[in-house]
Structure formats: structure tokens, C-alpha cells
Design a protein around this ligand. Sequence first.
Ligand code: ADP
Ligand code: MG
Length: 379
Amino acid sequence: MAALKNTRSLKTLSVLRPNYGSQVTIRRNLNLQEYHSKDLLRKHQVTVQDFRILDDSLNPKALSGFRANEYVVKAQILAGGRGKGHFDNGFKGGVHLTKNPNEIVDLAKNMIGHKLITKQTPKDGIKVDKVMVAESVTIKRETYLSILMERSYNGAALVASPAGGMDIEAVAEETPHLLKTVPIDIYEGVTDKIANEVAEFLEFKGALKKKCADEIKKLWDLFLKVDATQLEINPLVETDDGRVVAVDAKINFDDNAQFRQKDIFALDDVSETDPREREAASYNLVYIDMDGSIGCMVNGAGLAMATMDLINLNGGRPANFLDLGGGVGESQVSAALKILESDPKVKTVFVNVFAAFFRNCQLCNGCQRYRGGVQEKSS
Ligand code: ADP
Ligand code: MG
């Protein structure tokens, strides 16, 4: 099946399922910026470094009273691979270390307002609006830990690797024996036994093993409490002063839990979302932009995916994935057509909906014109 966007979360799942690119997720699960995720971690007693945030005002007051031996300056975007990324202004790296507090604002200036391009962003990159300034830690070792809802286990799983850091996708592909996956019983949770085994696999020794096991259990508690679908710590580090610290954090949430996680969903940063996706979401439609020329209007995710496959198999390229869902009214169909027609890539529109669907629609003669076939775009 056609692959949709290469978002950070899909990339992460590819660690567990390298063929994930052939599958499609149509839900837009809430995805928080690193600094919001770290706030949640901190509230749940997971060990993270202290940090401050600089925004486009670059006001140094945001850093007043913040002292560390060394600072790490990190661009905040909803994609990973920042350390090895580069900016559209030529500046290299979305993660920088400095011991000089006077250098922080200059580093941030090179990031804020510019697009950061990483392995996980669209090819033009994502504009950086905020920068995290954190106290640096001296890293002895980087490991990888994530907890996610895994369809093939019908439940949660813990994924761990002693070879964490910036190249975890390569570890999954080239040295899969360095990746351990442990299914977790949702009722039993992460037991002491599991936490210790994973800490051992991550090569934490002596007193550090217990510290790591404790962090893993706290992360599990957080995963459950916030209705996460994925919680990824990469790297989970061992520091030179004998601590286990979550240095990077990525959390995705189950959209079905929005009603009981209102505070978290209020943090949703939609500035990185395609405006057409936002417009569609306001009409309760699922719209995802793709790079072809055939606009698709379909009802039902299964039919939408089959339609995209059909188009691909016949040499076409879908311009989008648009699922009207069930029980839509005229205003939604009208909004859907407007979204499709506003996309300059769209040369034709393929309407593939259940015939009964349009029976009572008084929209315009467009329904008749578009019904069940590929038609030339009218405007
Ligand atoms: P990304 O995964 O987007 O590249 P990370 O936050 O994981 O971003 O940072 C990339 C790398 O930068 C880490 O693997 C680590 O080696 C280093 N790094 C990040 N934060 C710190 C920190 N606070 N102290 C020291 N090194 C850090
Ligand atoms: Mg990372």
C-alpha cells in the first residue's frame, strides 16, 4: 500500500517493524514537542536535565538564573534526527553544545526562523520556532528505550537497545540482535523482573541497574497515565557521575483519550500541520497530503487505501488521502471538494464513494458530475 508521510513517529516504529513504510496510519495522533514531553517526564519523576526555552524574541531574560557547566542548545521540531540535520541557511546540526553562556543566543539565532532538514522531515525541512537550552550531561553511554502499543502483540511492548543514540534505525537494520522487544501485559504492567532484565540488556551494571529499572517503571507509569501510544527515550544515557538520564523524549498520545487528557491535548502544536489537514479536521474529515496529481474523495479508510492502491497499480499517483467517513453532511462534502480543488497539484478528482452516499445530497450538480469516476477538474 502507498506510504504516507514520514513523520517522526512512523520512523520510530520502523525500529520495531522495518517494513512499516508499506503500511499506513491515518490517525493524526497527538505528537508533542520535546520540551512538553520532558515537562511530563519531570512531573512523573523521570530523571531529565533542567532546561529553559528561547522563542523568536530571543530574549536572554528567558535564561536568567539558569547556570550550568555546559549547555545544550536544541531546535524544537516534531521530527527526530536533529543532531545530524542541517538548516536551510547552511548552519549544521540542530543540537549544539557550548560551555559559554554568551554563545547560546547566537546559536539559537542560527536555528530560530530557519528550516531544519533531517532524515525524518519533509525534504524542505521544518521551520524552528523554539529552542531548548538544557544543562548538558557528560555522557558515558547512550541506550535506547521505548514503550509502544504494538498491533502484532495486541498490546504494549517495550523496545530496548544498548546501542542507542542517533543511529537507532541503522541498529534495527544492521544489528537486530542489539534490539530487544518485550511484550507487556497491560494488567500486570512492567514487573520488577522485566525492568531488571531490560536494564541488564541495556548493560547497566551494579547500582546503575536498579536506577535504570526504576526509570523504566516510572516511564511505564507515565505511559499508562497519559494514554500514550508511544513513548521513546533516545538516548537514555549513563552519565559520568553515575546517573541514568532521559536526554531526548518523544511521546505520542491516543486521540481517543482526548476527553480525559484535556491538559495534554491543549499543548497540541498545529503550526507544523498542513493547513489543509487542519481545515479538514475542523470538518471531521481525515485529509493527508501526498505528492501525486489525482485528488481522491472516498468514504471509509479501507476504501480510501484500496483506492490509492488502485491508482498506484494503474500508473497514477494520488495527490491526497481524503476520508469523508460515515454520515457526512453537505457542508463536509462541500468543504472536502474545496480542499481538493485548492490544491494546485490536483489535475483530476477521483470520487469513489458508496452510491447511496450521495442520494440526498443537494450540493450542486458536481455530485452527479463527479459520481464514481475520474473527471477533469472543473475549475
Ligand atoms: P535527535 O534525536 O533529534 O538527534 P537528541 O536530543 O537525541 O536529538 O540529541 C542528539 C544527540 O546530542 C544525543 O544523542 C546526544 O549525543 C547529544 N545530546 C543531546 N542532549 C544532550 C545533553 N543534554 N547533554 C549532552 N549531550 C546531549
Ligand atoms: Mg534522539
